[in-house]
Design a protein around this ligand. Structure first.
Ligand code: URA
Length: 209
């Protein structure tokens, strides 16, 4: 699938199976989501540019490498994105955060915005959108629409599970946004839930079912 990276790392796949398992407790779901997010963050940042930096070790001066450019922006889509971002911030603690409050209308499955707050200089930063469940793709499309309206031009999307339909929807509107995911599941049910999926990520994360 073009512009989609499925992360086959054994630790990612193991943790994903535990997340899918309906007997996994809320506490364990939260911990696993954080851990898998760290691993996915490692993959989505794998090709970031480096710049040289002159430092002195206790032994001698050297030309070392640091991340080039401005700090990253993580843009979690509320609410499930919040469980994901902690694991990404564990790896990139200086990243900026753009909160995108969107929910899916249960009837129309369209995305409804209720909150948006981002750094003002999105145009100068790589923005990594965090949408744990790329189901219909409507929420991801709406989030990227908003981030682009606010100046973002360099975007990536990271999710736990995607569907072919969700990816097609996102890339139909935003072909410039590559996707990293732990798996691409087969289909959606009539309520827009991913099959086999893992259920409602927000409910499982916060125990609200
Ligand atoms: N959102 C979820 O939390 N789960 C799905 O299966 C689809 C969308």
């Amino acid at each position: 699938m073009k512009n989609v990276t499925t992360v086959a790392h054994p630790l990612v796949q193991h943790k994903l199976t535990l997340l899918r398992d309906k007997t996994t407790s809320t506490k364990d779901f939260r911990q696993l989501l954080r851990e898998i997010a760290t691993l996915l963050c490692y993959e989505v940042t794998r090709d970031l540019s480096l710049a040289p930096k002159h430092i002195e070790t206790p032994m001698m001066p050297m030309e070392a490498s640091v991340l080039a450019g401005k700090k990253l922006v993580f843009a979690p889509i509320l609410r499930a994105g919040m469980g994901f971002i902690e694991g990404m911030l564990d790896l990139v603690p200086s990243a900026r955060v753009a909160h995108v409050g969107l929910y899916r209308d249960p009837q129309s499955l369209t995305a409804v915005e209720y909150y948006f707050k981002s750094p003002s200089d999105l145009s100068e930063r790589l923005v990594i959108v965090i949408d744990p469940m790329l189901a219909t793709g409507n929420t991801a499309v709406a989030a990227v629409d908003r981030l682009k309206e606010h100046g973002a031009t360099d975007l990536r999307l990271v999710c736990l599970l995607a569907t072919p339909v969700g990816i097609a929807n996102l890339h139909g509107r935003h072909p410039d946004v590559p996707v990293w995911t732990a798996a691409v599941d087969a289909e959606l049910n009539d309520h827009g839930y991913i099959l086999p999926g893992l259920g409602d990520a927000g409910d499982r994360l916060y125990g609200t079912r």
